[in-house]
Design a binder for this molecule. Structure first.
Ligand code: ADP
Length: 237
């Protein structure tokens, strides 16, 4: 009984902190939009100045849309996560689907996929899970690997043993300090060295929830200025 109470309290606390973080994240770009508009109204502007103000407004609005979409996706995932349909899926197929989807949105990225070993049989890359959610995990990991590395390249290795299928996503990017590694799976957390890159600190918290739902594991090893490897491990059928 005490355990249930503690878990409930933790859930409420998480929700409270989520709402306050989300409000804060939304307020900042809205405040920027407002001051931009006020500045534009302060005196008559030339046409090029108008264009500049509008371009800035567009940039802030795009960021706001992208943040709202991420929040919506997170809320929907958490809401429906207990009721998503599970079936047998091939994780390596999902790796290739995620690659195609990311590259069509961001053609300058590179994603190299390799098998560490030849699976003993077909079952070794088949897991019980939800294709859309697992694809979302891989999309986030590939996107991060490319975004946070100067060569915009994610190196993906698929490996299997008698029990597990593992997907390791490696990059030679900015890396994550040991201190930051303790927090990156929390919603809205962003490490200091990531601040010059687009993002809201939501993707990895979604990944962690999805992998937890699949009773798998997600882990990271990383060294600052040298690179990171995120590994997900799922029991195969
Ligand atoms: P976002 O990338 O939008 O900030 P995520 O939840 O995907 O949000 O990641 C949380 C944080 O973890 C990032 O802000 C960054 O500090 C760190 N991080 C994640 N992936 C990488 C990576 N491949 N290389 C370096 N830092 C990373």
């Amino acid at each position: 009984f005490n355990d249930v109470l503690t878990r409930l309290e933790q859930a409420f606390e998480q929700q409270r902190s989520f709402v306050s973080h989300a409000s804060h994240e939304l307020r900042t770009p809205l405040a920027a939009l407002k001051s931009e508009i006020q500045l534009g109204l302060r005196r008559p502007l030339t046409v090029p100045e108008h264009e500049e103000v509008l371009a800035n407004l567009l940039q802030d609005t795009d960021r706001l849309i992208s943040l709202t979409n991420s929040l919506l996706f997170l809320a929907r995932t958490l809401e429906s996560i207990q009721s998503v349909p599970f079936q047998i899926v091939r994780i390596d197929d999902i790796v290739f689907l995620a690659k195609d989807e990311l590259l069509s949105a961001k053609p300058t990225y590179r994603i190299e996929i390799d098998y560490e070993n030849i699976p003993n049989d077909e079952n070794e890359t088949q897991v019980t899970g939800n294709e859309d959610l697992l694809k979302q995990v891989l999309l986030n990991l590939f996107d991060n690997a490319c975004k946070y590395s100067p060569d915009h390249t994610a190196r993906v290795r698929i490996s299997t043993d008698h029990q597990f299928c593992r997907i390791a996503v490696h990059d030679q990017g900015i890396g994550i300090s040991e201190e930051a590694q303790q927090h990156i799976f929390e919603s809205f957390y962003r490490a200091n060295n990531a601040m010059n890159y687009d993002g809201f600190g939501i993707g990895l918290s979604i990944c962690a929830k999805i992998i937890e739902l699949h009773q798998g594991e997600i882990s990271v090893t990383s060294e600052l200025q040298s690179g990171s490897t995120f590994t997900i491990s799922l029991a195969h059928i």
